[in-house]
Design a protein around this ligand. Structure first.
Ligand SMILES: Cc1ncc(COP(=O)(O)O)c(C=O)c1O
Length: 368
């Protein structure tokens, strides 16, 4: 009997996952976390309007969702000042990144990103046989000049920048990002991942030029809108590129309940403003917890704070493990020298109080 005959590409892929989810960790530990501060979800939850709309839509789930995401695309387009033809809705940024990579990257094609930047993007590139070229961060920032120089040197199909950045929480002002867009070499498409843009100071997002073929931007309902489990993201780009998603996407992949929740959330800007205020306060609280313990919080334009533990990756990994042992879920960057840090998601006081309570003992244990 022969087993399934995988393609050569799939047979060659590592059996790795970009992130081990908190539930997986809880099953392995045999008990739940008390503070869920690792996945940059919005612990402040979705808008009550979104919840009501999703409850209502639950009754209608015998119907497939609208395969064109018509209403949500129209509402997003109106919000962004672009045409619906410039917007594609999909199963989170993660899902859309997969479609984009499938469209543009074949075996042997080169893609440029930063060492330590968002790993799910890398996972898709490798999954379609692409070759990753990584440039180092400049300090705690992604380095637009180095990214462009490398993309030019290797003839990259794609170059990836996240602004604000995950995992460091750093950001570049709009002018710097626009300069990067202007410098994108011929034949390269820039991915501007703006998953955290709602939390950034004004002047972080360059103006949207919907006809610019050099860049595609990604945003999500997973962060500020508190709908990570609903899996709704969107891409903004030139109409021909956006239309090309129809060649590869899962046309009925969007959940009807999720479509309703996202649409309702867009109509509740007051909720978004409230969440942003809560996130700003939580960032301050995380920063003071870090300082009280002799650690250095990095400035953040996202819904998390990256905390420099003041030593090497082994020490930060030990802190992370000791926090997990004390039922606190946080994550950390995967690549040196960024891995001297742990990354703590913003959350309400009951979660942050657990962090404040457990961090001193976790640090002491990590110091041995
Ligand atoms: C930089 C970045 N991009 C994309 C995502 C995933 O977004 P989504 O939930 O829309 O797939 C995340 C989530 O942590 C992220 O940090």
């Amino acid at each position: 009997m022969t087993g399934p005959r995988f393609t050569d590409l799939v047979a060659s892929l590592p059996a790795s996952v970009p992130f081990v989810g908190p539930e997986t960790q809880e099953r392995a530990r045999g008990r739940p976390f008390r503070a869920r501060l690792g996945a940059n979800e919005s612990l402040f939850g979705p808008s009550p309007r979104a919840v009501a709309a999703m409850q209502e839509a639950a009754r209608e789930t015998w119907k497939y969702g609208d395969s064109q995401n018509h209403d949500l695309r129209a509402a997003l387009a109106a919000d962004l000042g672009v045409a619906p033809e410039n917007v594609m809705v999909g199963e989170g940024i993660d899902g859309l990144l997969g479609y984009l990579v499938r469209m543009l990257v074949g075996p042997g094609d080169t893609v440029v990103t930063s060492a330590g930047a968002y790993p799910t993007f890398n996972y898709h590139v490798v999954g379609f046989g692409g070759f990753l070229q990584m440039v180092p961060f400049a300090g705690d920032h992604e380095d637009p000049d180095a990214l462009i120089a490398r993309a030019r040197a290797v003839g990259a199909k794609l170059v990836y920048l996240s602004n604000p950045d995950n995992p460091m929480g750093s950001w570049h002002p709009a002018e710097r990002v626009q300069q990067m867009i202007e410098a994108v070499p011929d034949g390269t498409l820039m991915i501007l991942d703006e998953a955290y843009i709602e939390f950034a100071p004004g002047g972080t997002a360059p103006p949207i030029d919907p006809d610019d073929p050099r860049v595609i931007r990604f945003r999500t309902f997973s962060k500020a809108h508190g709908l990570a489990g609903a899996r709704v993201g969107y891409a903004i780009g030139a109409a021909p590129l956006i239309a090309a998603f129809d060649r590869v996407r899962n046309h009925f992949g969007m959940c009807r309940i999720s479509q309703a929740g996202a649409l309702a959330s867009l109509s509740d800007p007051a909720w978004l403003a409230e969440v942003k205020a809560q996130v700003a306060a939580a960032r301050d609280r995380i920063a003071s917890i870090a300082r009280e313990n002799g650690l250095t919080p990095l400035p953040s334009a996202a819904n998390f704070v990256t905390v420099d533990c003041g030593a090497d990756g082994d020490f930060a990994r030990a802190v992370l493990a000791e926090l997990a042992r004390r039922d606190v879920f946080v994550r950390m960057p995967g690549v040196a020298p960024l891995d001297r840090c742990i990354r703590v998601s913003a959350g309400p006081e009951d979660h942050l109080a657990v962090l404040a309570e457990e961090l001193p003992a976790a640090l002491a244990a990590a110091r041995g």
